[in-house]
Ligand binder design. Structure first.
Ligand code: SF4
Length: 685
């Protein structure tokens, strides 16, 4: 063990046998070697229209199947056909395809038709006819944060724009009516040409405008409008007609890539915004007949951008600033300046890596700490999420983009440069390991900080079951923590911080990383390790160097501090890691665990549920809550097959609308009525 101790303390390998395998990955990734075979949150459809922002492909397919596939076994062929198509779309995307849902559906259906024949083509055609939503399909890749956030922002701005446009057009029409009505009272308003233009073109043929002008030649009275009032209405009308915020393409642009440029544009446009707000206020008073010269003239004479209230600014478009990384002190200062202002700038900061080298040491990057720093500023809406969970936090994303004032949306893309692990897995691992937890901070809410969406918040580190075959080909099942160091094992550039433990050198002095960080055992006689896997899925024990351990302590200290700020029912335990962390910087489902359940291969004699296809109808859980339960995704699995007789399994299979419960074989050969039950179970096995 001496050379492993040496490595742990210095990071230097004295023996080539300690070199970790190429393409090292965390061992808990073993179940996810093919994401196209899993039903999970991705890809998503960026829905066209204003009712909803995005839908997972899986939820679109489930909804479609509820509509077109008959209940039970009668609908099983249709369900299998459409699920094949769903998988084929995932395969196409993994190969680089892109496009709308309807175009990808067609491509996938064409590819399957050659293999599935007429019945499959007929099923897919029926399902396609019932498909009512469309939009661009996007996978969890490097570009997802920008695409999704931009899509949600545009949808929100379109709604805001439509509301304001309707109001402006209404005011323009009513001010125009005031001026037209007054014009008709004047001599110039009673000429044949003026009378003709006052009548709509549809009815112009019905009248003799010369005769009408002669009859009305004598005005019935003086103009109702004073010169001052007419001038005021005309000026307001001109401002409403030429405003640059809510018009067509010739207006302002509201998307930027630099925070300082966006802030300067916002400040530069404030006088124009103040003019428009003033014109709207005057117009509203005029059309209601409430404008009082003696009261309002002085007030409106002094109105400028300083008079703009937050509710006035909230009617204007927000500014989307898409920033990739924020390295460099200038860029960081600009971000903090925006977040300390009251400007409605929506900052999207996407980072591809969570670590940086600072003074020769591995350190958590500025972007990773940016969101917690922004919370400390107090006035900005803050949302942090890895890209793998952006879909799940879409409501909070919408709140961040709708909030008045500045917002920060900080996303870890998972697309670590040079790493072959899919970004979805890397991003989900960042969440699992607390390296990049989900949180939101709403400065206007009663409970401002929310940690909803983080797995197993009652623990310092989430734990998972790891099953593998040991050197003697015996199945071993262990519960292992998923720590920051496990996450780091997905980053090829950090491979130098790991040393493989040759099997012959295992002496029992290794302790898992969670225990090492929490309990600080005797460092002279023990070493911290994590499990990794190579490309051939062989499980390896890996000793970690002290530098990476220090980075892990920094990282978990950030999580524990968040837990202190946002106390929840299941509070993460206070640990020695937090107490001794050096200079620490300021939901919804357990993704890896849930997907691992999905990926488990059933034994045909054992009862099982195709959990990813569960539609959460409650039937089986109501039938026997001890036997059937929901996982973190609220999809059913068999919790305890011995919690009831074989009959219960068969009845549950028959009652399941989507025919995904497989009863397997009976445990008790003496159960009454077994012959009949086996016959009933057969179609479901
Ligand atoms: S598995 Fe249970 S909850 Fe899920 S669809 Fe079937 S009966 Fe409903």
């Amino acid at each position: 063990m001496r050379d492993l101790h040496f490595f742990h303390l210095t990071g230097t390998r004295l023996d080539a046998a300690l070199t970790p395998p190429a393409h090292l990955r965390p061992a808990l990734f073993a179940a996810f070697h093919d994401l196209t075979a899993l039903r999970y949150d991705f890809p998503i459809v960026l829905v066209e229209g204003d009712d909803e922002f995005a839908r997972s492909l899986t939820s679109v397919v489930d909804e479609l199947l509820r509509e077109v596939a008959p209940r039970g076994m009668a609908g099983e062929r249709m369900r299998r056909s459409v699920l094949r198509l769903e998988r084929e779309i995932r395969v196409l995307l993994a190969k680089g395809a892109f496009g709308s849902l309807t175009s990808l559906w067609q491509r996938a259906a064409d590819r399957l038709a050659t293999r599935g024949g007429a019945p499959l083509a007929s099923d897919l055609a029926s399902a396609r006819a019932a498909l009512r939503i469309d939009g661009e399909v996007v996978d969890c890749d490097k570009h997802l944060p920008e695409r999704l956030v931009t899509h949600v922002w545009r949808t929100i701005e379109r709604r805001r724009m439509a509301t304001m446009r309707r109001h402006l057009d209404g005011l323009i029409a009513r001010l125009g009516d005031l001026l037209r009505a007054d014009h008709l009272r004047s001599r110039s308003g009673r000429t044949p040409a003026a009378l003709k233009s006052a009548i709509g073109p549809k009815h112009q043929e019905l009248f003799d405008f010369d005769a009408m002008a002669r009859l009305l030649a004598k005005p019935s009275g003086a103009s109702n409008l004073s010169d001052a009032r007419r001038n005021r209405i005309e000026a307001a009308l001109e401002t409403l007609r030429t405003e640059p915020f809510f018009g067509a393409a010739s207006g302002f642009d509201f998307t930027f890539s630099r925070a300082d440029v966006a802030l300067a544009a916002f400040r530069e446009r404030l006088p124009a915004a103040a003019r428009l707000v003033r014109a709207i206020a005057i117009a509203e008073l005029e059309v209601e007949g409430d404008y009082v010269d003696a009261t309002h003239d002085d007030y409106f004479a002094t109105v400028d951008e300083r008079a703009l209230r937050p509710e006035d600014l909230a009617r204007f478009p927000s500014y989307l600033v898409r920033i990739e990384g924020a390295r460099g002190s200038e860029g960081r200062t600009q971000l903090l300046e925006v977040l300390s202002s009251s400007a409605p700038l929506k900052l999207l900061v996407v980072s591809d890596d969570l670590l940086e080298i600072s003074s020769g040491e591995l350190a958590v990057s500025f972007e990773t700490r940016l969101a917690t720093t922004a919370v400390g500023l107090g006035g900005a809406f803050v949302l942090q999420s890895p890209s793998s969970h952006l879909y799940r936090v879409r409501d909070r994303l919408s709140s961040a983009l709708s909030a008045p004032g500045p917002s920060l949306i900080s996303v870890f893309s998972g697309a670590i440069p040079g790493t072959q692990v899919p970004p979805y897995l890397v991003a989900a691992a960042a969440l699992e390991s607390r390296a990049f937890p989900i949180f939101s901070y709403d400065p206007t809410a009663t409970v401002k900080l929310s940690l909803d969406g983080n797995p197993q918040p009652e623990r310092t580190w989430p734990e998972h079951e790891l099953a593998y075959a040991d050197a003697g080909q015996q199945r071993v099942v262990e519960r292992v923590p998923f720590t920051f160091v496990d996450f780091a094992a997905a980053d090829r550039l950090l491979a130098s911080h790991f040393a493989r433990v040759p099997t012959a050198r295992e002496t029992g002095t290794l302790v898992d990383m969670g225990t090492w960080l929490d309990d600080r055992p005797d460092w002279q006689h023990t070493l911290p390790f994590v499990y990794g896997i190579d490309m051939a899925q062989h499980v390896q024990k890996l000793v970690v160097d002290e530098q990476l351990v220090r980075a892990a302590r920094h990282s978990i200290a950030g999580w524990l501090r968040l837990c202190e700020l946002a106390p929840h029912d299941a509070t993460a335990p206070s640990t020695s890691v937090a107490a001794e962390a050096p200079d620490a910087a300021p939901p919804e489902a357990d993704t890896l665990a849930a997907a691992a359940t999905d990926a488990a291969a059933p034994n045909s004699d054992e009862p099982y549920i195709e959990t990813p296809r569960c539609t959460t109808c409650n039937e089986c859980v109501l039938l026997n809550g001890a036997m059937f339960a929901y996982n973190e995704n609220k999809q059913a699995f068999i919790k305890d097959p011995a919690a009831g007789p074989f009959r219960t399994l068969v009845e549950a299979a028959e009652g399941c609308q989507v025919a995904i419960i497989h009863p397997g074989r009976p445990r008790d050969p003496n159960e009454p009525g077994l012959e009949e039950l086996l016959r009933r179970a057969e179609p479901f096995n």
